[in-house]
Design a protein around this ligand. Structure first.
Ligand SMILES: [Zn+2]
Length: 109
């Protein structure tokens, strides 16, 4: 695998997978997206939206153990992939909303 790749194909889930700097985790997209096939400078259409819940903090964990009910906070990570960069859209709840960042090279992950 080239050092310069920003994406890789994961066979078992049939998705292209890459590291999201904003979420510090992996996101993926399936063949339903239009991908330029360039693993160094991927461009993917349309935009990708990832929804999930934030992990609980140590403090929240303690409060749950004390019997408090804490609802996990939902998050949205919404972005375009253009030319090897992620362009975070304004409806993202993550810190990088509105910013453009390089997708990390795979070997750096
Ligand atoms: Zn993300």
């Amino acid at each position: 695998m080239s050092k310069q790749n920003r994406l890789f194909w994961q066979d078992d889930i049939e998705q292209w997978v890459f590291q999201c700097v904003g979420c510090e985790c992996l996101h993926g997209f399936t063949r339903q997206w239009t991908f330029n096939g360039n693993m160094q400078k991927p461009t993917v259409m349309p935009s990708i939206i990832v929804r999930g819940t934030e992990g609980i903090t140590d403090d929240e964990h303690k409060r749950i153990m004390d019997g408090e009910k804490i609802d996990p906070k939902p998050f949205v990570c919404h972005f375009f992939i253009r030319d090897g960069k992620m362009i975070y859209l304004e409806d993202s709840t993550r810190a990088l909303k509105g910013q453009t960042v390089d997708i990390p090279l795979w070997e750096e992950v």
